[in-house]
Design a protein around this ligand. Structure first.
Ligand code: UDP
Length: 192
């Protein structure tokens, strides 16, 4: 995709549909990908935290997750087509995973939230091969990483909030040839 840079962060110029088509190709070709769905809070945080900014800029796709980003792009006369949110992208990928029986790993949120998410996924997306999950309040990630390495999920959703989730993904990306995506508070939404 071509990109539009807002506050030194390059956003992909793609509709939800175009983005999902590209992700399908990535899944089919077993590519390792890192998705950041950046809202204005993330962009502002990155402005003051160069190390975090470098990490998100190393992602394969940064999507505009908020009307503020769309407006900013309009202001500089380089419009982005539409919002591409973390929640919508996660749900669309879960639907793909359901019909294609993809291997999925879920990490993040409080233990009771993750338990509710697992129940919901099993009921609503019975075709998903849920190879593992863990809440987001771990002290050690050795077991989680061993599990991911062993099961080789195709989709890994990480809901630890920013900047934690992007830092964690960047640090551990090599463990699986997967689509890795930070999903913020999306598990809380999905569980409700
Ligand atoms: N979270 C977590 N581990 C932590 C801190 C936060 O799993 O150490 C989870 C928290 O339970 C919530 C999510 O990360 O599910 C953060 O949600 P929030 O909406 O605050 O994040 P944002 O979307 O702003 O990144």
């Amino acid at each position: 995709f071509s990109t539009v840079t807002v506050m030194d962060v390059p956003f992909i110029k793609a509709t939800n549909q175009e983005f999902l088509t590209q992700l399908q190709t990535d899944i089919d070709q077993k590519k390792r990908r890192f998705i950041v769905t950046a809202n204005p809070e993330i962009v502002l945080y990155a402005k003051d935290h160069p190390e975090y900014k470098a990490i998100i800029k190393a992602a394969d796709y940064i999507t505009p997750d908020g009307i503020g980003i769309i407006k900013a792009a309009q202001t500089i006369h380089q419009p982005l087509p539409e919002r591409v949110t973390g929640y919508d992208t996660m749900v669309a990928l879960l639907e793909k995973a359901n019909t294609q029986h993809l291997r999925v790993y879920l990490l993040g949120a409080k233990p009771e939230v993750m338990a509710a998410v697992v129940t919901k996924v099993q009921q609503q997306y019975p075709g998903i091969d849920l190879v593992g999950y863990h809440d987001g309040y771990f002290k050690e990630d050795t077991q989680i990483l061993a599990d991911i390495h062993d099961k080789q999920p195709q989709l890994i959703f990480v809901g630890l909030g920013y900047p934690k989730q992007e830092n964690w993904i960047k640090q551990n990306l090599t463990q699986a040839q997967a689509i890795w995506m930070g999903v913020g508070g999306s598990f809380d939404v999905l569980s409700g």
